[in-house]
Each structure stands twice: as C-alpha cells, then as structure tokens.
Design a protein around this ligand. Sequence first.
Ligand code: PMP
Length: 436
Amino acid sequence: MTQTVSSEELFDRARALMPGGVNSPVRAFGSVGGTPRFLVSAKGPYVTDSEGREYVDLVCSWGPALVGHAHPDVLAAVHSAVDRGLSFGASTPAEAELAALVMDRVKPVERLRMVSTGTEATMTAVRLARGFTGRNLVIKFAGCYHGHLDGLLASAGSGVATLALPGSAGVTAATAAETLVLPYNDVAAVEAAFAEHGANIAAVITEAAPANMGVVTPAEGFNAALSRITTAHGALLILDEVLTGFRTSPAGYWGLTGEKEGWAPDLYTFGKVIGGGMPVAALGGRAEVMEYLAPLGPVYQAGTLSGNPIAMAAGVATLTAATAEVYANIDARSAQLSHAVSEALSAEGVNHSVQRAGNLFSIAFGTAEHGVHDYADALAQDAFRFKPFFHSMLDSGVYLPPSVFEAWFLSGAHDDAAMDRILSALPAAAKAAAAA
Ligand code: PMP
C-alpha cells in the first residue's frame, strides 16, 4: 500500500457494505469493543495493519498458519499452481497427494473427501453418519463449535440429555430437536442419553479437544469412552479435528490420545492447517463408511471448488513444511508463553487458570480454584477481565484472538524476537486485567 488508511475509516466503509462490516462475526471485535484492525499483509509471526503497524500474531488465521505466514515453500507452491490456472472443475494430481499426506499422518483415515470449509466437513460427516446408520439423532456437547450448520448450532441443555433449543434464529425447532446437547466431559450423561435414545442415535460429534469455549482438556479417557459407547450402540463417533488437526501433533489431538490408547473414531473432520490458509477442509475415516458417499454410495455431497488445485498446493506444501522442528517450536513456545502469562497475572493478583490441551492453550479468568471443564464453567468466568487485557496487548503490538473463548495460536515462525515482544507486553496487560 502506498497510502495508509485508518482501520476506523475502513471499518466505517465496510459497515455500510457488509453486515457488521465483516464476513465472519468474531472479526468485528464484538466482545472486546473498539475498532477491528484491517490487516494488509503477514509474514512469519507478524501481521501488518492498514496503517503500517506490525503486530506479533497469536491468531495465525485462527489456526491455519502453522508454519508461519507466507512461508517461502508454501508461497512457491501456490505461485507455481497459479501459473497453471485457477480451477478446472476436474480431478487434479494434487488432490491425491494431499490425501496421501493426511493418511500418512492419521492412520485410521482410509478414505478422504476434500471440501472447502470446516462447516462443510462436519455437515457432510453428520449426513454421512445418518445415511450410514439410518438413524436421526446426533449428540453434541455444549460449548463445542462445529461450524454453522443448522443442527449443530444448538448448544442449550445441561446436566442431562435435553432436546435442544435452536442456537440461532432461523434454525427450525424440528432441526434442533434432532440434536441432543450434553455437558462436556460427562460420560454418565452420554451413557444416559444412549440408554434412552440409543436405537435412534446416528453419531456423537465432539471436538477432539474443545477450543471454542476457551481450551478445555478432555478428561482422561473421555474420548475413549465416547468411542466405546458409540461402538457398543452401533452409532458413529465423529472426531472434529478442524482446529486441532495437524496442530497439536502431526496426527492431531488423536495422535496424543487415541493413537496411544488404541481407539479411533469412525470419522474425522479436518480444516484450517490442512489448507495452510487456503479454503480446504476434509472428512475422512473408515472406507466402509466413507464409501457411502456419492458417487459410490447414496449420501450426496459435491463442490464446484472442492480440491481446488491452488488450495491443494498450499495444503501439500504446509503439511510438508510442518516438520518435527515446527511442532517442537510450537510446543516449547506454548509452554513458555502460557507460563509467562500466568506469572504476569499472578504478580497482579488476577485469579485465573491456564487451560491446556497439548500445545493449545487459553486463559480463563476467576477460575483458579477449579479450572474450566465444561461450558457452564467457561460461561461463569470473569470474562470482563479479558477486554482490557486484550486492548493492552494490542496497544503493545500483540494481536490476540479478540475473545476470551478462543485459543491462542502459535506457529513454527514464532522465534525469540517475537516472543520477547509478547513477554514484554504482559506486565501492563496483567495490570489492566487487575484493574477491571
Ligand atoms: N470445527 C471446529 C472445531 C472449528 O474450530 C471450526 C472453526 N473455528 C469449525 C469446525 C468450522 O470451520 P469453518 O470456519 O472453516 O467452517
């Protein structure tokens, strides 16, 4: 950009043209207030706004930028693909290349279908589970986000299985009634739901580790119990790894748990990292289930831009660039940063807990005594302390996710210099949180 334009000016313009000025709600800074920054470029661990201000980025495009922004290998692969044309609406060699990389990492995936968004992946997985089992009901957990498909926006209900209320206007009661919403980490509630409705439950869908109510650690054995219960009742387990996939380990959160414990879900959903910043998502799993999809089976699903060659190139280059060193860096920086935030908050007497699942973490306020184990805990926290904390960090040049209910994302490009900037911003932010 030759001329700088303020975010205020850009936001005013955007609001006159698009609902809320955004194309995805959380970008509007609704829960933290203030003017969202309009970003114009990104490199490594940094993003730059329309006024030329640089921030250390802890959003990483909400996950996809695992190897850092504008990684040279990813850019080279994309440039090379662009030179061959943008989209053909036909099969391309790169689709199988990306599928093979996924299967190499996540062994139980025997077949994969590429789609363009995480929402499409979970929507298709739910349809496939219903088609495969011939059953209607789906269990989800309160506080888990699986995209904006009608049936999974429902999040009401706690304690025992309840027929959910729609989580959004425009979702019919009939659709919502086909989702059972249960409290997270509560195996007894799952068992009770299956005891009552088992013959009609098509699937349980769960985030492999929840990161959309802030991060919540799955209780030891929780996902394994879901696998055991669904198998016993002839239902499918859909493990949503859209956010955790290829991030918490090369085999996602399942790689830290199921692979070692000896269980696997029937279906996985992937997104974010799999496309390295391009619109790619996927669902995959057992061949027997996956082959219920058209053109082999009766469950229809399709996409004009599915398996887009540029997006595939970005995905292949990103997974290839995600070396052991990248994971080691993210693991180490995550531990370093989460401890530093905790120390800074403790120094100011701010009651909080660090919520962890592998290398994912978030901070919850007012939760030191018990931590956050489910959605009720997440909602009960002192969320008001996040707003001044967030703005203090932003003023110091650190771009955090603009909501207390989001994980902080690191990348292979977060180096000592980037970390030093974050660490030096923490004391003032902790003071701001304490004063709230
Ligand atoms: N599942 C999970 C666990 C997610 O975190 C998200 C997005 N944050 C989705 C599904 C939906 O993905 P998308 O935004 O690409 O539709």
